[in-house]
Design a protein around this ligand. Structure first.
Ligand code: PGA
Length: 271
């Protein structure tokens, strides 16, 4: 189904990524700045051992500045979990990409399924993706189907979601600042922490690479693809060994420094 030339390019490009990438999405936790600093300091200590991994922590907005301060010179980046597309104006409650950058955030999770569930459309996500890259923040664009059907219609859904979220993004921007986080919605937040089968993940990642390649050609071969959805200290090794991914977007276990440390270790040791 996929051309050999295309697959070879993907594999060559994956080899050229300098580091694995592990993004922690803290969502609406923890409650206090004090706890955020505590958790972060422990993660910082663990992350020192795993130099092959670029760690990115995305706390709630109010915790960005205090964490940027303690992240200094650690190599860990701080990101935001969402951002608005305008740089200024009458938009109560919103934060602009320039404000996020000024606060020290260098990554932005965009289009997370929990935000899409609250009504965010792909055309809004598209504006956000293009705005953050313009303002020198790396966009971590989340995509993922709600469910799988045996006929494979979820693949068209995925293609459409990717393309409509990237409709305003140029080839140069894709190369400069885009990461795709593939998060099948049915795998997020599972109580049993059972993640996707790595072989199925691999197939889906190849599909996503093909979609990007069709749209952006060689520019897309540099785009890291992460997996998110019940990533844990138990399943991280097999997902990264067999899933053809560049790293993870981690929810719950990114708030536990020990478990998150194990995930970093798996990413660091992956070949
Ligand atoms: P989870 O969350 O790791 O707790 O499943 C992932 C996410 O929502 O990004």
């Amino acid at each position: 189904m996929l051309g050999k030339r295309f697959i070879r390019r993907c594999y060559n490009s994956s080899m050229s990524f300098k580091k694995r990438i592990v993004v922690g999405n803290w969502k609406m936790s923890p409650e206090t700045v004090y706890e955020a600093k505590e958790i972060f300091s422990k993660i910082k200590r663990r992350a020192k051992n795993y130099k092959k991994v670029q760690v990115v922590i995305c706390p709630p907005d109010l915790h960005v500045v205090p964490l940027v301060k303690i992240a200094a010179r650690s190599g860990i980046h701080i990101g935001v979990q969402d951002v608005f597309w305008e740089d200024e104006g009458f938009f109560t409650g919103q934060i602009s990409p320039k404000m996020a950058y000024d606060a020290g955030a260098r990554f932005a999770i965009l289009g997370h399924s929990e935000r899409r569930k609250m009504g965010e459309s792909s055309s809004q996500v598209a504006k956000k993706v293009s705005a953050v890259i313009r303002d020198k923040i790396v966009a971590v664009l989340c995509v993922g189907e709600n469910a799988r059907d045996p006929e494979g219609n979820y693949l068209s859904f995925l293609r459409e979601q990717i393309m409509s979220s990237l409709v305003l993004v140029s080839k140069e921007a894709v190369k400069a600042g885009l990461i795709i986080a593939y998060e099948p919605v049915w795998e997020i937040g599972r109580k049993d922490m059972k993640s996707m089968n790595p072989a199925d993940l691999r197939q889906t990642v190849i599909f996503i690479k093909k979609v990007l390649f069709d749209a952006y050609g060689d520019y897309a071969t540099q785009v890291p693809i992460l997996y998110g959805g019940s990533v844990s200290s138990i399943n991280a090794s097999s997902l990264i060994a067999d899933g053809d991914i560049s790293g993870f977007l981690v929810g719950r276990q990114s708030l536990d420094p020990n478990l998150f440390g194990e995930i970093l270790k798996s990413a660091h040791e992956a070949r």
